[in-house]
Design a protein around this ligand. Structure first.
Ligand SMILES: Cc1ncc(COP(=O)(O)O)c(C=O)c1O
Length: 385
């Protein structure tokens, strides 16, 4: 058994035992393909319908608006490429500078098909700037994609205001809510956006399943063609066990949501009080953020180095762009916020869950102080040598 304490819940979260229990019959005995007419097939179809209802309830939409996918990445790709396909290249696509690569890469790949892609910046606090959006929207625009919660800083964007700006110009709006669901309220109808992406493994559901919520009034073209599943928008035999687990994970989100959030916020505050004593820079410290995320750096210590040292000390944390690759480039999110690249290279992220404890935070801070001490001794030796 791995004794390392897990502080990387924005990367992926532990499967809830109740979710696993719900999935088990579909992994062990359920052989039905949901498109089959016989009782096995009907049983699988019914299970998917229930999950669709549960997912819809968790994010305030109608079940018919839920398209199951293989995860957040596919949902983002489907939104960006599937919606853009309905427009000709005279309309630009707009993304924010702090999006996950699951949004920026499909957007930038549209350039090879002749589309212009514009990027909206953020301010120093990590908020997408509505004024730059207004300027960008002076050109004909097909689609804007701006995330609800940033995976690195945890900053919560004002999606309603950004979407209202888009609507004044008749522009479609997609939001990546992968890091928002389960941490803040996500309500598709209330936000009035056109498309919204979510992923099961960020909310204690299984990996490899997600959904795109999409308004019925817009045209969207599939990325995968075949048997016509998911209203023809995502062909391929459904991942029945995964979808059932996703539904259950969504249903469980309601359980004591406020208490869980308050508990995690207390742990995060305890952590950040300790970090400030150790002279860390905490990014987006005073911005409206989700309760579980802390993104920080120490001068002269590379993020990758700190992650390795803390792993050896028994803690799993993430460096800069944890969700993209093992790149040593400074975080694009911090670059957008105007953080100096040397400091940005030191960035590490702690993302907590309700399974973490005050004792773990206390031990983490003690170990961190030791690790930082070792590194400052090393750099002192280097300087005097
Ligand atoms: C904001 C954001 N969008 C999209 C994704 C991709 O989701 P998935 O891992 O389900 O493909 C992630 C994953 O880290 C994410 O944090």
């Amino acid at each position: 058994m791995n004794e390392t304490i897990y502080f990387d819940n924005n990367a992926t979260s532990a499967l809830n035992p109740k979710v696993l229990e719900t999935m088990m019959p579909f992994l062990q005995y359920q052989v039905g393909n949901p498109t089959s007419q016989h009782s096995y097939g009907r049983h699988a179809r019914l299970a998917i319908d229930t999950a669709r209802q549960q997912v819809a309830e968790s994010c305030g939409c109608h079940p018919s608006q839920v398209i199951f996918t293989s995860g957040g990445t596919e949902s983002d790709n489907l939104a960006i490429q599937g919606i853009s396909a309905g427009f000709d290249t005279s309309s630009q696509i707009v993304v924010s500078a702090i999006e996950h690569p699951a949004v920026t890469r499909p957007a930038f790949s549209l350039r090879s098909r002749g589309y212009r892609v514009a990027v909206i910046g953020t301010d120093k606090q990590g908020f997408i700037d509505p004024l730059s959006l207004e300027v960008i929207l002076e050109k004909p625009t097909a689609l804007i994609s701006a995330m609800m919660v940033n995976n690195e800083t945890g900053v919560i964007q004002d999606i309603k205001t950004l979407n209202q700006l888009a609507k004044t110009k008749g522009v479609l709006f997609h939001t990546d809510a992968v890091q928002a669901l389960g941490k803040i309220e996500v309500n598709f109808e209330d936000l009035e956006v056109d498309a919204l992406s979510i992923s099961a493994h960020k909310i204690n559901g299984p990996q490899g399943v997600g959904a795109l919520i999409v308004s019925k009034s817009i045209d969207i073209f599939p990325l995968l063609n075949g048997g016509g599943q998911e209203r023809g928008l995502r062909s391929g035999t459904e991942n029945v066990a995964g979808i059932v687990g996703f539904g259950q994970a969504c249903a469980l989100l309601k359980d004591q949501a406020d208490i869980k959030n308050q508990t995690v916020a207390m742990l995060r505050d305890q952590l950040e009080t300790g970090l400030l004593k150790l002279k860390a820079t905490i990014f987006a410290h005073h911005s409206t953020r989700v309760a579980n995320t802390s993104f920080f750096a120490f001068n002269h210590i590379q993020g990758e180095t700190l992650v390795t040292a803390m792993d050896q000390a028994g803690f799993a944390i993430a460096s800069g762009s944890a969700c993209s690759s093992d790149s040593t480039e400074p975080s694009h999110v911090l670059m957008a916020m105007g953080v100096a690249s040397d400091l940005a290279r030191g960035a590490v992220r702690v993302s907590l869950s309700i399974n973490n404890t005050a004792e773990q935070i206390q031990t983490f801070l003690v170990k961190l102080e030791q690790v930082i001490g070792q590194f400052s001794n090393l750099s002192a030796v280097k300087i005097t040598a």
